[in-house]
Design a protein around this ligand. Sequence first.
Ligand code: GP9
Ligand code: MN
Length: 647
Amino acid sequence: MSKKLFNIPLYIIATVLFGLKTYIVYRFIFEISLDNWMQEFILFVNPFASAFLVFALSVWFKERRQMKFLRYAALIGTLIIYFNLIFYRNFTDFITIPVLFQGSNAADLGSSFMSLVHIPDLLLFLDVAIIWVLSRKYPSVISAGYHKRGKTLALSVSLLFLLFNYTLAEIERPQLLQRTFDREYLVKNIGLFNYHIYDAVLQSKTKAQRVFADGNEMPEITEYVDEHVQNEEKSDMFGVAKGKNVIFISLESVQNFVINNKVNGEEITPFLNDLIDESYYFENFYHQTEQGKTSDSEFLIENSLYPLSRGAVFFTHGQNEYHASPEILGENGYFTSVFHANNKSFWNRDVMYDSLGYDKFFDVDSYEVTEDNSIGWGLKDKPFFEQSMKYLQSQQQPFYSKFITLTNHYPFDLEEEDASIDKYDSNSKTLNQYFPTVRYTDEAVEQFFKDLKESGLYENSVIVLMGDHYGISEFHNKAMGQYLGKEITPYEHIQLQRVPLFIHIPGEEGGVISEIAGQIDVKPTILSLLGIETDDDITFGTDLFAKDRKEFIALRNGDYISDDYIYTKGQCYDRKTGELLESEPTGLEQKQEDTAEGLCEPIKEKVDKELSYSDKLIYGDLFRFYDFNDEEDGQDEQNDQSDQVEQ
Ligand code: GP9
Ligand code: MN
């Protein structure tokens, strides 16, 4: 063998072999969905970027050690890929640290392990074998001593490679790392190995905060809730829907400015507009979500706790102890389920739904999804509802079932044949396309109502419809201003955070309710309608039908809406008129309370306090120290101690 032939350093050979292998696994063995060429490209780049990052470290070792390092790096890397592959074959998901060490997943895997191992898998170790042979047979040819310059160069190139990969990923999915989204997205964009590092960081941060909590904070929080949140007496509506099913429909990105409104002279939501006459309709109902979008809205409505200001609580605290409405309903004889035609791991739903106490999740695998019946994010809303009926009808009653629609999702793509109204005409393609997709969802819901009536479920079910969060961001304020015929001031921006909430109760006429309301109120409201006692619950929302309600709706960024004011960007507005309440310099004798800041300040303090209490509950996983069935004070000493030991 001539010296020339192997004049390439082994770490480069290893990068090429291992990178190529990883790419083949990503592309052809894991079922990673790729929607455009950019995603294809990123998927191709990241295996090489990650491989280079690790293998190039070998230049820092002495020559003989280089060989050893490369051999073991290739072997361990391959084992990581392989364990993920086995896990994936069983769960269509990637390994996370909590899943690996806790819960039933790992145990499930144990029993079926052998059926998940296939003979051709041996090929995955081919590059390791090649690297092994080369490093053993020709160490003197392919190893090299590197000068400082060579070492620095290798390191710089690997960091540049990584930065390039990360930049591409950030362009393709802004805020990928802050928001997490989905494990598949992470693996697709930054690769399996960086994903595991990211998962480990997330895990240790979460663990640390949990470990230092001991439940001492609970009395202060329960006292606050008792005093400032809980209603003194039950509302007149308590128990009006006792024993009824609940069908909750989460309307993707539907804001309430489309309700009873027109575009190009056409009604946008004719069905929902008519539904107002047969339901309770809350016209000043605000979404309170942040980066976790749909998952944040789910979190709010089922826990009546606030989501986090950063990241998605579904991801960061998916295995906390909760006391969510599905769990409570389960204890009261309900069957609970979610219908949503997306990957079960999106927003970590598969893990979180267990923690919330759901019995069943009908995810994308429960549906027949074809090219014809899907667009954008997947299955269109009409076939989604249609295909859900058979499952819904076969459920044990009473049930609580949540449906999450998908078609009206950014970028609001819709096929010609599905569009009943024309697009709007402005400088924002997003806003222009929004109207026909909202109409499509309106029609899908109409068809669902028809099916519910035909099946006989309608008469026996409370139907709740709610917009999950905004669809049109601030970025489109100019076009939005053009459409609404007014400038989008900070005050108007807050008003645009209103989403529709309908509660249809069989036998109840309903009516339009103008009092301020928010997603935080949904859990206590539904439980009260069903006649379920919630006196011992810890919630930050109140029954929307109660007379004596908390005085503000807090947005997750600390802005708030009260009866009189809207507080945003450090300024105080009159809620009803939108007038900016400026402090008038009327002389020295003016009291602090008369200034604009003074007007909004007292409630602002309460808002901040409440948000921080909610955060404490989540970060410390404090419900594990609390016994919701203990009538006295809930603080459970025994529970407290045993959990300390578990740490
Ligand atoms: C995805 C769907 C939409 O499953 O819930 O997510 P979003 O981006 O709106 O949070
Ligand atoms: Mn959404």
